[in-house]
Structure formats: structure tokens, C-alpha cells
Design a protein around this ligand. Structure first.
Ligand code: HPA
Ligand code: ZN
Length: 382
């Protein structure tokens, strides 16, 4: 099984994730500042009746743990790939496409997300998309990325598994040298399809020795509970793969419990609805289960009404092991840095909390201990 950039053998325990969190004094933001990009972003806090206050937002080194590579297809790239591949899009121009980015729920987004994948035809297309993401992510402070791909969404429209996997993997193989971003690839399975379909693709991936570090579970959540995929996750565990699953985005807290108990996942993607179940929160805190939260995604897909009402501050206050991620940045209004800027602007997230979120992301990754230590040192932990 190949891995990228010094990643651990799949199945290896991410030992650092169990280490106790350093105290505020141990986390030294001043030290970290020297490693940050010179031109940190500036946000404008504009309350209706107050003067505009410029606040510097420092980019922290982070791990992005919840990212769908197909969700990084920017409108411009969609049009460029359509032209290159002779595909006629159902939108006359960029404005017409962008006008469709008003989502009412997860499914309304998924409909457009899957439709736009039609422009991905060749290895080069997958490679170009991946390169564009890594370039943008590096500028956002991302130093390690665990990238999901949806193989079934490509195989089902006649694209060979090798084309999509090799196209993405060819760029990830050099991501540390080219962009300073260590990477791992995760094959995500579509929960609205059958378990047989998922098992078939997983066996193919294993047979071709695809460079995947783990599996995930995504797409339409409600009505497709974790229990549907017990055999898939057991097979992945047997094959030495890491396991993650979307749960508690639109689905109930019981899906989070089932993902942990039935699928033996190591991280929960989203997980925000855990806040409806105090016993579950207590369990997640005690076990330090990582929750990869995506604030801008939650607002765009109406999982929460506004960013001001996002549960992230309450999740941090409860002691949950949360990180901030972009999910499908081309669709949801921004990359990791945009998420952090909005969190600081709208929710007044403190420097202490932002360092904690960055540290959680690094500790909760599947990167090897050496890489985690390196990134934590950049953040100011030594
Ligand atoms: N949720 C579920 N499935 C997905 C998402 C998401 O936010 N993005 C891409 N597939
Ligand atoms: Zn997601």
C-alpha cells in the first residue's frame, strides 16, 4: 500500500492525537507568527452604527481534514474543462452558473455538484483540479490535507477508476515538494447507493493498489444510516485503512453514535447535531473524537440559519475536539482561511480558540508523528 509524503502505514495509530492539549501558556502565538505568510489577511468589522474596525487575521498552519476534491471545481475551471472536452454546459456563462449556487439543503447542492462533474473526463482534468486546490489551500495556510474523492460518482458515468484516482494521485505524490502540503487520499462512498456498489469499488481500489489511506462516507445522509455500511467499513478496517464518515450534518445524533459503534470510524465529518444530545457530547469529549466542522458549508446548506448562530463556539466551550474545514470551497463561499476570517469577524473567535482549532486539526490528522510534531512546532507548540 503506497502512502504520500511520509504518511503512516494505513491503520497505524495517530499517537499524537491522544496527547493532552497544551495550555494557553504553552501555545505561543508570538513564536508561530514568524512562520505565517507575510501578508496576513485583514477583515473589516462593520457593525451598522459603529466605525469600521480593521483587524488583522493571522493565517495559522492547519490541517484540512474535510475536503471533497470535486467540491473545489471553481466555475472558471468548469468552463475551461468543458471547452477542452467539447462538453456543452447547461449554463450560458459564469453568471448563469453562479446563479445556481443558492442551496436550500444538502440535496440541492449535491444535484449541482454531481452535474458539474461531467466536465471531468481525463487524468489531466483530475490533475488540474487537484493542483488548483493545493495552490489555493497552501495560500490559506493548509500544511496537510486529507482529500476525499467520490470514485462512484465518476465510475457511474463511465470514467475508469484509474483515470480519476491516478489523476488526483499524480499531483498528491508531489504535493509536499511543490506546495509544502503533505497529503493523503481518502475514497469516499456515496451512502445513497447500495453497499454492494461500495464494496465492489473498494475491492477494485484494493486490487489496483490505489494509494488511499482510508475510506469515508458522504452524500445524502438522511435515510441512509451508518448501519447500511457495516460490511464496507469492516472490510476497510481489515485492509488496514483509516475510516471516517459524515454524520450529524443533516442526520440525527444517533447517526453519529452508529458511525462510531457500527463503523468504528476514527473521525466524524460535520457532527454538529451532536449538540442535541448531552450524553453524546460527554462521550465525544471523553474520547476526544475529532469532529471536522465546516462552518460556511453549514450556512450555505442551511444546516444552520446564520454563521452567528453556528454551534462552533458552544462546541469549543464543551471541550469537543473540533477543527475548521472548507468541505466544498468552490460552492460554499470560501477556503479554510475564509472560514477562519468569517469566524473571527462574525463570531469574534479569539486567537486562543483559533490556535486550538489549528492544533486540533493537526493532532486529529492521519499524518505521521514526525509531520505532526513539525506542524505543531510551526503553530508554536514545542
Ligand atoms: N455532505 C455530504 N456529502 C457531500 C458533501 C457534504 O457536505 N459534500 C460533498 N459530498
Ligand atoms: Zn463533506
Amino acid at each position: 500500500m503506497e502512502t504520500y509524503d511520509g504518511a503512516p502505514e494505513p491503520g497505524g495509530a495517530p499517537a499524537l492525537s491522544d496527547a493532552p492539549l497544551p495550555t494557553a501558556e504553552e501555545a505561543n502565538p508570538e513564536h508561530a507568527a514568524k512562520d505565517r505568510p507575510a501578508e496576513d489577511q485583514t477583515v473589516t468589522e462593520a457593525a451598522a452604527d459603529e466605525p469600521v474596525v480593521e483587524q488583522p487575521v493571522k493565517l495559522l498552519p492547519v490541517a484540512e481534514l474535510h475536503l471533497h476534491i470535486e467540491g473545489t471545481l471553481e466555475p472558471e475551471l468548469i468552463f475551461a474543462l468543458a471547452e477542452r472536452n467539447g462538453i456543452e454546459l447547461p449554463y450560458a456563462d459564469l453568471d448563469e452558473l453562479r446563479a445556481r449556487y443558492e442551496f436550500t439543503d444538502l440535496q440541492s447542492f449535491l444535484d449541482l455538484y454531481y452535474a458539474n462533474m461531467a466536465v471531468l473526463q481525463t487524468e489531466q482534468d483530475f490533475a488540474d483540479m487537484t493542483r488548483a486546490y493545493l495552490e489555493r489551500a497552501a495560500a490559506a495556510g493548509v500544511r496537510h490535507a486529507e482529500i476525499m474523492i467520490d470514485p462512484q460518482a465518476h465510475v457511474s458515468r463511465g470514467i475508469p477508476l484509474e483515470t480519476c484516482v491516478n489523476g488526483v494521485a499524480s499531483v498528491l505524490a508531489n504535493s509536499l515538494a511543490e506546495f509544502g502540503v503533505s497529503t493523503l487520499l481518502i475514497a469516499a462512498f456515496l451512502r445513497d447507493l447500495s453497499e454492494e456498489s461500495a464494496l465492489g469499488v473498494l475491492e477494485q481500489l484494493l486490487a489496483m493498489n490505489a494509494p488511499i489511506a482510508g475510506i469515508g462516507l458522504d452524500s445524502a445522509e438522511v435515510g441512509n444510516p451508518p448501519a447500511k455500511f457495516e460490511r464496507l467499513f469492516a472490510r476497510a478496517k481489515e485492509a488496514g485503512l483509516h475510516r471516517i464518515a459524515h454524520a450529524g450534518e443533516e442526520g440525527p445524533p444517533s447517526y453519529i453514535i452508529d458511525a462510531l459503534e457500527l463503523l468504528d470510524v476514527e473521525r466524524i465529518d460535520h457532527g454538529i447535531r451532536c449538540m442535541e444530545d448531552p450524553d453524546l457530547v460527554e462521550h465525544l469529549v471523553a474520547e476526544r473524537v475529532p469532529l471536522t466542522v465546516c462552518p460556511l458549508s453549514n450556512v450555505r446548506l442551511r444546516a444552520v440559519d446564520t454563521l452567528a448562530e453556528h454551534p462552533l463556539p458552544a462546541m469549543l466551550a464543551a471541550g469537543l475536539n473540533v477543527s475548521v474545514n472548507s468541505d466544498d470551497p468552490a460552492y460554499f463561499g470560501g477556503y479554510v482561511d475564509d472560514n477562519f476570517v468569517q469566524l473571527q469577524t462574525v463570531l469574534g473567535l479569539s486567537e486562543f480558540d483559533r490556535v486550538r482549532l489549528a492544533s486540533n486539526s493537526i493532532r486529529s490528522s492521519f499524518a505521521d508523528d514526525e509531520r505532526k510534531t513539525e506542524l505543531l512546532a510551526e503553530l508554536g507548540y514545542s
